[in-house]
Write a protein that binds this ligand. Structure first.
Ligand SMILES: Cc1cc2nc3c(=O)[nH]c(=O)nc-3n(C[C@H](O)[C@H](O)[C@H](O)COP(=O)(O)O)c2cc1C
Length: 333
């Protein structure tokens, strides 16, 4: 039992919900809801925010929700709690992804505080990186961060393997742009410049021009025939960065949530050292390309995320829904 006052509990839960809402999510769908009951927070998948055509099984949705869960527990730890987490606690309620109880009081360590400080700062990058190298020692630490959450982060060093991943990304991006339903689904989550909406990918979060890096890693086409996107700060950047794959031994819903927790732990740790990530998940949305990657480059493990890690000084826009939209109103602390 926690010895904290009700007001301290409410403050910690409020901060944790705010932190959860800053998680990365596929196309910034923010596909989650939260409910608070006493000292317990429930994390749920919002079926209305699942990508019907590109993510029919909800794999990317659960990765996104896993990232939110990681932010939630990190913020609680930072407020002096040792949260008790149950993932998928009730098989009869598949939308209920996790319950988090406040748990005993504890003193946060420096690492938790460092991760927590990055939650609102971290941004997805969508272009080339500067030529500043990502230190090998940092990459080794990132591998350990992923392992601590039950996932494997593998840096891809061989130029031929990097070319293969870039080619698959390019092929998947081309195929998706020819498929009306898939293309419309991406457009649906592009946030036009000046829009008041609080979800979707903002136009100042990607470059106006496709930036050429070698080998070329195709970006999502959020702008679709509009001259949206930012022109700021691209000129000096030409580097691919470190290409890395995040994998899990199996492909269960539990492992998708674990992959999201691992992803967010990697991203926050990297961010604390000035390193950002760009994502290229198009090939993972096509079953046979994902299976090819699994067999050829992932030691038979299931690829959950393809990313590039690097250093950039660009600033990027970001939006999130207010807590009143994501927390069941009766339970808002
Ligand atoms: C499962 C998942 C898949 C994603 N796939 C892509 C992708 O293919 N391309 C991309 O540019 N961003 C991708 N993203 C990043 C999201 O677009 C980004 O997290 C969201 O827009 C919020 O922006 P922020 O990360 O800067 O806060 C992905 C994120 C997640 C969690």
């Amino acid at each position: 039992m926690s010895t904290r006052t009700a007001q301290q509990n409410a403050l910690a839960i409020h901060a944790a919900l705010k932190a959860a809402a800053w998680a990365p999510s596929v196309h910034n769908t923010q596909p989650w809801t939260f409910a608070v009951s006493g000292e317990e927070v429930s994390v749920r998948a919002d079926a209305n925010r699942k990508l019907r055509f590109s993510d029919p099984e909800g794999r990317q949705q659960l990765i996104s929700c896993g990232a939110a869960l990681f932010n939630l527990t990190t913020a609680l730890r930072c407020h002096g709690y040792e949260p008790v987490v149950r993932v998928l606690p009730d098989p009869d309620r598949p939308a209920l992804l996790a319950t988090v109880r406040l748990g005993e009081g504890s003193t946060p360590d420096e690492h938790t505080a460092a991760l927590n400080a990055e939650i609102e700062q971290r941004r997805t990058h969508r272009a080339a990186f500067t030529d500043l190298p990502v230190p090998d020692r940092l990459v080794e630490t990132l591998i350990q961060q992923a392992a601590a959450e039950g996932a494997r982060l593998t840096p891809v060093r061989e130029p031929e393997a990097i070319r293969v991943i870039a080619s698959l990304t390019h092929a998947a991006q081309n195929a998706q742009s020819q498929n009306r339903l898939l293309a419309l689904e991406v457009i649906r989550w592009a946030r036009p410049p000046g829009s008041a909406r609080t979800d979707g990918v903002p136009a100042d979060a990607y470059p106006a021009e496709h930036v050429l890096i070698h080998p070329p890693f195709a970006q999502r086409d959020y702008a679709w025939r509009h001259d949206w996107g930012t022109t700021a700060g691209q000129a000096a950047s030409t580097s691919t960065g470190v290409v890395a794959l995040l994998t899990t031994p199996g492909d269960t819903r539990q492992e998708w949530i674990a992959a999201g927790q691992a992803l967010q732990r990697v991203l926050l740790h990297a961010s604390a050292y000035g390193v950002s990530a760009a994502f290229h998940t198009q090939a993972l949305e096509t079953n046979h390309l994902r299976e090819f990657l699994r067999e050829e480059l992932c030691f038979g493990e299931y690829p959950q995320m393809i990313m590039r890690l690097g250093i950039t000084f660009d600033t990027k826009g970001a939006v999130r829904r207010p807590l009143s939209d994501v927390v069941e109103s009766a339970s808002l602390p």
